[in-house]
Design a protein around this ligand. Structure first.
Ligand code: SF4
Ligand code: SF4
Length: 465
């Protein structure tokens, strides 16, 4: 049992972001520095670069990525997903969630620290702007507590102006992911009156991002994010989290007492608390507020270097690993998540590979029986629905398989335009003498550019012989 569990447990009665009066406690974290901060800065730069660059990337004049939730049209790595692919898209989403559960069971909240846009923008963009303009945490606290004067007004004004501009840029890119960069250019370049909805969307997104990053901040992770709330059920004592080695660190004590007492490695400098953007003390154990930002690892490592102790008093480790000094264990939970994930991946791969570039649906027109034709033929009417999931034109032709007869496309030929959904009618006629059953099974071959691409099963109603 850890020292903090047996001694001071008052931390359980408070929330790091709420003061004694019940109001908001503004967090002023010290600027982090160290190998994990450098690594996270590189990863964040790549991810922000990806976010900003992708809407501009096109293949054959079409976006490489598009998440148009309004029209339910998604393009991922250049592949189009239309509403007919919803089952596949849903399955991919479930696979992503199971992957996230597995990663969380193994590595804890690593997603939050390294990948989540909220943490990346807050810690790597907005907080860095704040450090540049207002200085490190002690200067920020001093500025916040000082009287309003010209210098404070200029600093705060400049900071919030830049925050607004960055929020505006993020809002534009966010919209470009949804409606595409071409439509965004139109909103920017054409009169506002022609794109009122788009213009209002940009302003609304700007307002939301500004509110979240300038004011709401860590509360999004602690109070709102559903993934954060799920940590208590996703983690167990074998999950690798950012953890304080209480066995090595306790009993903690100031450096000046180290020679006299049998103290642990923690010199109680509180640097790990000062750098924490959610204001917690990781020495109290794993907490829901921890977003795995790694700042406390870097802070503590710098102290361990100074006092000539090994690094890693705070490190990536599991509670079990710290207690028993054993390595990572594969638990039944990890095996369970991995098995489900493997099945889902196989299923998604199969559906993806077998997915056709266009869907063809042929159904006998409801409520219609057969029609007798003058040349001793019998006909049935069919409803045709075809959706083209590509950016190419797709000409389609239909033939009966293994039966003498003819297919007539009513209205005009089926020549699908890019992403077009075509609805039409087919008339199938068979010679009367060939019809042996009142309900004859029928197979229709679908050809595109002379190539057989699909075979549709349906039935043909005929007179009783
Ligand atoms: S406890 Fe450490 S890793 Fe967790 S949020 Fe605070 S500084 Fe980041
Ligand atoms: S930074 Fe390390 S040494 Fe300092 S208080 Fe935190 S755990 Fe202890």
């Amino acid at each position: 049992m850890s020292a903090q569990e047996t001694e001071d447990v008052t931390f359980r009665d408070t929330i790091s972001i709420v003061n004694k009066e019940g109001g908001r406690k503004w967090i002023y974290p010290k600027s982090p520095n160290g190998r994990f901060t450098i690594a996270r800065t590189i990863v964040s730069t790549l991810l922000v670069g990806f976010l900003f660059a992708m809407p501009f990337i096109k293949v054959k004049g079409h976006p490489y990525f598009l998440l148009n939730i309004l029209e339910r049209k998604f393009i991922i790595f250049g592949t189009v997903f239309v509403p007919q692919d919803f089952y596949l898209f849903g399955l991919i989403m479930i696979t992503l969630f199971v992957s996230l559960f597995l990663v969380t069971a193994v590595f804890g909240r690593i997603f939050c620290g390294w990948v989540c846009p909220q943490t990346i923008f807050l810690e790597m963009v907005f907080r860095k702007i704040e450090y540049i303009i207002e200085g490190d945490y002690l200067r920020q606290i001093a500025l916040a507590n000082s009287e309003w004067n010209l210098s404070k007004t200029l600093k705060k004004g400049l900071k919030y102006l830049i925050f607004f501009i960055v929020s505006f840029l993020i809002a534009n890119i966010f919209l470009a992911w949804i409606i595409g960069i071409d439509n965004l250019w139109k909103i920017i370049n054409e009169p506002v009156s022609q794109h009122l909805t788009g213009f209002i969307s940009i302003l609304a997104f700007t307002g939301i991002f500004y509110f979240v990053f300038a004011w709401f901040r860590e509360q999004a992770c602690i109070l709102v994010c559903p993934y954060g709330r799920l940590q208590s059920v996703l983690l167990d004592k074998n999950s690798v989290v950012i953890a304080y080695d209480y066995i090595r660190g306790e009993p903690r004590g100031k450096l000046k007492n180290k020679k006299n007492e049998n103290l642990g490695d923690c010199i109680d400098c509180k640097l790990c608390v000062n750098v924490c953007p959610t204001g917690i003390d990781i020495r109290n154990g794993t907490q829901l507020e921890c977003v795995n930002c790694t700042a406390c690892i870097d802070a503590c490592d710098s102290i361990m270097d100074k006092v000539s102790r090994p690094r890693g008093l705070i490190r990536y480790d599991s509670m079990e690993g710290i207690a028993t000094k054993t390595g990572f264990k594969i638990t039944p939970r990890v095996i369970g998540y991995s098995s489900v994930l493997a099945v889902l991946l196989i299923l998604v791969t199969y559906l993806f590979v077998s997915r056709k570039d266009f869907d063809v649906n042929i159904l006998r027109t409801p409520g219609m029986l057969f029609q007798n034709q003058p040349d001793n033929k019998v006909s049935n009417m069919y409803n045709l629905k075809v959706s083209n999931k590509t950016f190419d034109e797709v000409p389609l032709d239909f033939k009966l398989q293994g039966v003498e007869g003819e297919i007539k496309i009513i209205e005009h030929e089926v020549n699908l335009k890019p992403l077009e959904i075509h609805e039409g009618t087919l008339l199938i006629s068979l010679p009367k003498e060939k019809i042996k059953l009142t309900n004859t099974p029928l197979k229709i071959e679908v050809y595109s550019d002379g190539k057989l691409t699909d075979v549709i099963s349906t039935s043909f109603l005929g007179p009783q012989n």
